[in-house]
Design a protein around this ligand. Structure first.
Ligand code: NFS
Ligand code: SF4
Length: 654
């Protein structure tokens, strides 16, 4: 282990390894170098027992000092820090959702600009789910009501609890949330009350704090569900697309534009602009313009536009170090400030676009939606101008890329299943699990984190689960790994799927052969991190089909390289909604055995979901399989009891 910590090559991505090898010793620094400089990392911080909430601190819990200066114990400090981590994630996701809502508000108010309603079927479906009348009304009238409701979900003070949560979970879950007093009124109210609750000298009760963390996590779910629903209305619900992934998608003779961040409001427009500006690129001596994505903006434009994936989080700077990225356009979140310094060693222009994300020395283009296309064209022009400054001696594109079949919204999956069972598509999955053909469903989500080897755990665990006949779905940078590694195409099914999974996929392929030009992939790409709600909607569908609460559904989640506060909030709502959640990097919690115990065990008694910390990918795969097997076994018992006693549902949650 000690040796590993000195090794700069903390990745198994062949493209990233090649860039690291070629740039060794040239003085350009990436997170792979900074990670080493940061060692050893502080163990108080690592385990969560460092408090900086007031400026008497930092207070650390040590053998000598069992309490902070104010008297806060380890469990208060850990729980309070946890709440604040969740709040960071909730704020990020819901601000993204609010941004999308405000773009749609302009449309509803008659100021379309360059945007419009792309998917009116989705608008109708979401409106009907939210009890908004659609009969005989125009899209704009319906949209106006939907936007008004979404805005209330962000800002309501009291009176009515969140409707978006109520309408997207099974009734048993809702009851559970009400019982535990964690149903929020709205996102903003919850963020404010949680910040107040974690101020110095406020809540010291770790259990009360953890419940508040879960309430905040439900607001994360709420904000991102709105983001996904409304993005689909605005830009279209994804359908299967074929593309490519990894740094080999860079083209030596094209203007290469990397789209990085999370918000499709900007990137959709840049893709559109780039497609119409080939002539300008040719005038600059290039063959054309190629857009490609990083992180979740990459996932968004892959899912809807088939834009290739350049790379995922940890290797964002390495993409610039190929010397072939002309502009990196960034919007919000997961943008390493380090990209600017790297870009200055090459010809690459970093273009920041949001008032809340500025990086000193970068180009700032104030992207206002009222002039979206014009601003997008400005951005593309900066990239074209940069192309002319490329330094050919610095260009070295790693020739690694793989085919990706992506675009699997829940609607798209349902459509595939309906080729087998048109009346009840979801039954195709529940039947396959009931018969033992599939062992369950697993979601891979989350980031990269250099505390573990980049991309390694994702692929190792996924292959192991595929071999054991688990149906796999993925989002975020986990999906980025799979795309780069060729696990999101039909060949991977042949190579890695167990017999049951293979038979299941073949049946789907056969039933859809007229519709699909490509074989279905080993892992279904369901989108960006906000699209984790698509995956939870799948859980809800499965639960409804089996007529059980969600903790009974054989569904697990894994975030092998969780990094961001957003990952903490997603993990927390997954647990609250009843999922076993594996995390491959231990979050700053074990400093309090009490809070750790809540996360690992007590959560299961209350919500049916729980966390598993496990760094070793083989062990993690075993634990995930055990969690699935326990659930399929219980499901069988449940079904037998149901038949024997002719009851409908067994009321105990667990
Ligand atoms: Ni999710 Fe997506 Fe990636 Fe992690 Fe960052 S891009 S929002 S937070 S690092 S998966
Ligand atoms: Fe220390 Fe208490 Fe202040 Fe935290 S709130 S820094 S434990 S005095």
């Amino acid at each position: 282990m000690a040796e590993k910590k000195k090794d700069r090559n903390r990745t198994v991505d062949p493209a990233a390894l090649e860039v690291l090898a070629k740039t060794e010793g040239n003085g350009v620094e990436s997170c792979f170098d900074r990670y080493l400089n940061m060692q050893p990392q502080c163990n108080y911080g690592n385990t969560g027992i460092c408090c900086t909430i007031c400026i008497q601190g930092p207070c650390r819990i040590t053998k000598k000092a069992s309490k902070g200066i104010c008297g806060a114990t380890g469990y208060t400090i850990v729980a309070r820090n946890l709440v604040r981590h969740v709040l960071g994630g909730t704020s990020a996701h819901s601000d993204h959702g609010l941004h999308t809502t405000l773009v749609l508000k302009e449309i509803a108010d008659g100021h379309e600009g360059d945007y419009g309603i792309t998917d009116s079927a989705k608008l109708k479906a979401v409106a009907e789910r939210m009890d908004i009348a659609t009969e005989g009304r125009s899209d704009k009238e319906v949209l106006k009501d939907l936007v008004d409701l979404a805005l209330q979900e962000f800002s309501r003070i009291d009176g009515q609890e969140s409707l978006w949560i109520e309408k997207t979970v099974v009734p048993e879950r809702l009851e559970k949330f009400k019982d535990c007093n964690i149903m929020p009124y709205s996102v903003h109210r919850t963020i404010a009350e949680s910040m107040a609750q974690t101020h110095m000298g406020m809540d010291a009760d770790p259990v009360n704090l953890v419940f508040q963390a879960l309430k905040a996590a439900l607001c994360d779910y709420l904000g991102m569900h709105i983001a996904t629903d409304l993005s689909d209305i605005l830009f279209g619900t994804p359908t299967p697309v074929v593309s490519e992934a990894n740094m080999g998608v860079l083209e030596e003779k094209m203007v290469n534009i990397a789209l990085h961040g999370h918000n499709p409001v900007l990137s959709e427009m840049v893709v559109k602009a780039a497609r119409s500006m080939t002539d300008e690129a040719k005038a600059a001596g290039a063959e054309g313009i190629k857009c490609m994505g990083i992180c979740c903006t990459g996932n968004e434009v892959l899912m809807r536009q088939g834009v290739p994936v350049l790379t995922n989080f940890s290797s964002q700077e390495l993409a610039i170090m190929t010397g072939a990225v002309d502009a990196m356009v960034v919007d919000i979140q997961c943008i390493m400030p380090g990209i600017q310094a790297v870009s200055e060693c090459y010809h690459t222009k970093i273009i920041t676009t949001m008032p809340s994300v500025k990086i000193p020395s970068s180009h700032y283009v104030d992207f206002d939606e009222a002039h979206a296309m014009e601003k997008a064209q400005d951005i593309v022009r900066i990239a074209i101008a940069a192309y002319k400054e490329r330094k050919p001696e610095k260009v070295s594109i790693p020739q690694f890329k793989n085919k990706v079949v992506a675009g699997f919204s829940l609607e798209a999956i349902s459509d595939l299943l309906s080729a087998i069972n048109p009346d009840t598509p979801i039954k195709v999955i529940t039947d396959a699990i009931d018969s033992g053909e599939l062992a369950g469903v697993a979601l891979f989500a989350g980031c990269n984190n250099l505390k573990v080897i980049h991309d390694d755990s994702h692929s190792t665990i996924a292959k192991e689960l595929a071999k054991n006949n688990v149906l796999l779905v993925a989002t975020g940078c986990a999906a980025g790994t799979f795309a780069k590694f060729g696990l999101m195409n039909g060949d991977a099914v042949e190579q890695y799927a167990g017999d049951g999974l293979k038979a299941f996929m073949n049946r789907l392929n056969e039933a859809n052969k007229d519709k699909m030009t490509e074989k279905l992939p080993l892992i279904f790409h369901m989108g960006s991190c906000v699209d984790n709600t698509r995956c939870y909607d799948l859980v809800t569908e499965l639960a409804k089909q089996w007529n059980v609460d969600t903790p009974k559904v054989p569904f697990v989640a894994s975030a092998p390289e969780a990094m961001s506060e957003k990952a903490v909030s997603i993990g927390s709502w997954c647990v609250t909604l009843g999922m076993p959640v594996h995390v491959g990097v231990v979050p700053p919690i074990p400093g309090s055995p009490l809070v750790d115990g809540i996360a690992l065990q007590i959560a299961q008694d209350v919500y049916g979901g729980y966390f598993m910390w496990e760094e070793d990918p083989q062990e993690a795969a075993k634990k995930l399989m055990a969690a699935l097997n326990e659930r399929t076994w219980k499901m069988k018992v449940h079904k037998m009891a149901q038949e024997k006693y002719e009851t409908d549902t067994i009321s105990a949650t667990w």
